[in-house]
Ligand binder design. Structure first.
Ligand SMILES: Nc1ncnc2c1ncn2[C@@H]1O[C@H](COP(=O)(O)OP(=O)(O)OP(=O)(O)O)[C@@H](O)[C@H]1O
Ligand SMILES: [Mg+2]
Length: 267
């Protein structure tokens, strides 16, 4: 089962792509685990989970009692000793919510000023992320915030690929290059590109031309229905049929490449 981490500059559309991938894989009968590693936690709404239900969820990073129980140390403290391999295997089923065939796990984030820390909460999150990526028989879609890089270190090596979302524009293209470098540093083999918010062939050409070393999986058009889904707290899967068709093509392409085992590797 594919484990994919979706990355890219802020606001490029990581969350709509993540949600469409999750819902499409679910519709194909996969067990899908969606992981929200963003502080603003909007993956749930994009999956079609009602806001009232999302509000009731406490992200794992904020479950102080659980963190203390599993690591032996109180979060927020720099206890001298705690377990570095806490038990996590029961967490996905206990704390995820399921809707439309997708299980959502809200990780939350640990604010460490970007440097990463050896503290109980990040230890638990790291152990959990490793477990999810390595052992579960699920298709995993990780909606990644740039700030979780420190968590990713040592844990995301096992994802099959990073998908970096780009908009036609220089800034986003530069981000794609640095994501690829990061992915390579983290030991992730492949970085794919999806172009989002494109307005026609010129935009597609821009992306391909500026990222010649990347496998471009496909494109998602600039689509008022995608934007509207976001505004209304709904899933683009339910409201934006054109985007669903475009991401279905992306999924097919991905299967073709992964199946053939010939994606362009990070270097
Ligand atoms: N294909 C699209 N067509 C039109 N609007 C889009 C499309 N994809 C995303 N958007 C809009 O762009 C804005 C930013 O998207 P979104 O917040 O989902 O991106 P993100 O990469 O997940 O952002 P963040 O980094 O904050 O998590 C939103 O208003 C969203 O509705
Ligand atoms: Mg997002």
């Amino acid at each position: 089962m594919l484990k994919l981490a979706i990355s890219g500059k802020g606001g490029v559309g990581k969350t709509p792509l993540s949600s469409l991938l999750a819902r499409i894989y679910a519709s194909k009968g996969h067990n899908v685990l969606a992981i929200d590693a963003n502080p603003d936690a909007n993956f749930g709404a994009a999956l079609g989970i009602p806001w009232e239900d999302i509000e009731k969820i406490t992200p794992i990073a904020e479950m102080n009692a659980l963190i203390e129980e599993r690591t032996g140390a109180k979060p927020g403290t720099s206890a001298p000793f705690f377990k570095l391999n806490p038990k996590v295997d029961d967490i996905p089923d206990r704390f995820s919510i399921e809707k439309n065939g997708v299980k959502l796990l809200m990780m939350g984030t640990v604010d460490t000023g970007g440097a990463g820390c050896i503290c109980p909460e990040s230890t638990l999150l790291k152990a959990l992320l490793s477990h999810l990526i390595l052992r579960r028989e699920d298709t995993v879609i990780l909606d990644m915030d740039a700030g979780v890089e420190h968590l990713a270190r040592g844990t995301v090596r096992a994802v099959d690929a990073f998908i970096v979302v780009v908009e036609p524009g220089q800034r986003s293209v530069q981000t794609a290059k640095s994501v690829k470098k990061l992915a390579a540093d983290l030991g992730v083999k492949t970085t794919y590109v999806v172009g989002n918010k494109v307005n026609g062939p010129e935009d597609e050409e821009f992306v391909r031309k500026n990222l010649p070393d990347f496998e471009v999986l496909g494109f998602i058009s600039a689509d008022p229905l995608v934007r509207e889904a976001d505004f209304k707290g709904m899933s683009p899967y339910d409201t934006a049929p054109n985007a669903v068709a475009e991401v279905t093509k992306i999924v097919n392409r991905l299967e073709e490449i992964q199946g053939a085992g010939n994606g362009k590797e990070n270097s």
